[in-house]
Write a protein that binds this ligand. Structure first.
Ligand SMILES: Cc1cc2nc3c(=O)[nH]c(=O)nc-3n(C[C@H](O)[C@H](O)[C@H](O)COP(=O)(O)OP(=O)(O)OC[C@H]3O[C@@H](n4cnc5c(N)ncnc54)[C@H](O)[C@@H]3O)c2cc1C
Length: 373
């Protein structure tokens, strides 16, 4: 049955669900197509920074499992810093719960959710876009928003290549020494090149993983990280590697009646591997483009413009900062080891600030605190 007039969002992850929510709230008919049955697992650390959480237009506390106020920062050169903050610098969530919660918000706002519908083909014509799903059903819609993650079928329809980088996450049974450390995370910058290993304590397990912008075979670095963090041999509840669409690999985010958001758009933070902030921001920008340009052929163009003016500029700085940070990490580590309070400001900025803000508004303040005597 043709559904002209409808906006279809492909993928009910954080990006798709939030975008469907915004569009439905703006009064547009929204069809949300999800391949899996929810709740479903997604390999993720589940670190939700305040800057990402600040983009959620409804309460998110119901799905928070922990609040970070302390970090063990392991630096190259075998130095470990203990950093404490007086406020929460990051929320810890379980993706099954977060994603199901966001999808429920979209549904309540009026989006029509179809679970178990994997889109396998996207065809654009001057008047509409036709989506074909694995069951053989077709949906003819006015506009398509591809939120189908790093392996995006919608992105492929625009000629985009799949990402080249991977991250790995696992759920581990916590050893005794992690009991009572609910607000403490571990970040190990010495475990691998151009990346880090993490341990995030959740309510009933430890989420641990490794991410790198250069290492493609993660198994050996994962084992090295487990050894370094004293977690080798801990029983694993699950382990998953998943592609990471780091910012810088894609230049076009919308064309005609098709737009890409979240990992499908490929704007994961090149320094931290954070993807939820970009997922939420792009969801907001895509909905704004549809509202401003209408659900037709001009929406993609408007969306491109909005992304270039905001997030792309921000991640341009992020890429440069990431290159400098990882290239000069041994020197930066020595500096942080001598001045742990500077490490505290730097991490606070990563959790709270936007990159362009760093260089613009709060920049002066942070840089002053980082480098002033
Ligand atoms: C190991 C690892 C750890 C990470 N840790 C963090 C972290 O701690 N904090 C952070 O901010 N970011 C983290 N990220 C990044 C973050 O997980 C992603 O950026 C985020 O999931 C992007 O959300 P999304 O909605 O774009 O895509 P996804 O979460 O991948 O959701 C895509 C959805 O689309 C559905 N789908 C896929 N194909 C189709 C199809 N053909 N038809 C219909 N539906 C489809 C999928 O089932 C899924 O529900 C991590 C990534 C990895 C790999």
């Amino acid at each position: 049955m043709p559904e002209i007039g409808t906006v279809a969002v492909v993928g009910a992850g954080p990006a798709g669900s939030l975008c469907a929510y915004h569009l439905a709230r703006a009064g547009l008919p929204v069809l949300l197509l999800e391949r899996a049955r929810l709740p479903r697992r997604k390999a993720c650390g589940g670190g939700l920074t305040p800057k990402a959480a600040g983009l959620l237009p409804f309460p998110f506390r119901p799905v928070v499992e922990g609040e970070v106020t302390e970090a063990l920062l392991c630096l190259p050169g075998e130095v470990t810093l203990e950093i404490r903050w007086e406020r929460t610098v990051c929320f810890l969530v379980e993706r099954e719960r977060l994603d199901a919660y966001l999808t429920e918000q979209a549904r309540r706002a009026g989006a029509r959710l179809r679970e178990g519908e994997a889109v396998i083909c996207v065809e654009e014509s001057p008047e509409a876009v036709t989506l074909t799903t694995a069951s053989g059903a077709t949906h003819q819609v006015q506009l398509v928003i591809g939120a189908d993650g790093a392996h995006s079928v919608v992105a492929r329809s625009l000629g985009h290549l799949p990402p080249r980088h991977f991250a790995l996450a696992a759920a581990l049974v916590p050893p005794a020494e992690w009991a009572g450390r609910k607000g403490t995370i571990l970040i190990d910058l010495g475990a691998l090149s151009y990346g880090y290993g993490w341990v995030f304590p959740k309510s009933d397990h430890l989420n641990a993983g490794v991410v790198s912008g250069t290492v493609h075979c993660l198994r050996p670095v994962w084992e090295n990280f487990l050894k370094r963090s004293g977690l080798l041999g801990q029983p694993q509840l699950w382990l998953q590697a998943y592609p990471l669409s780091l910012a810088g690999e894609k230049k076009e985010f919308g064309r005609g009646r098709i737009m890409l958001i979240g990992d499908a758009a490929g704007l994961v933070d090149p320094l931290t591997g954070e993807g939820l902030y970009a997922a939420f921001k792009l969801a907001e920008l895509a909905a704004q483009a549809v509202v401003e340009a209408g659900p037709g052929r001009l929406a993609g163009q408007r969306y491109n413009q909005l992304v270039k003016e905001s997030l792309l500029r921000e991640y341009h700085f992020a890429r440069r900062l990431a290159n400098l940070f990882y290239r000069f990490l041994p020197f930066i580590a020595r500096y942080f080891a001598l001045r742990p309070e500077k490490a505290r400001y730097f991490w606070e900025f990563l959790f709270f600030g936007g990159y362009s803000e760093l260089f613009r508004e709060v920049g002066a303040r942070y840089w002053e605190k980082l480098f002033a005597g």
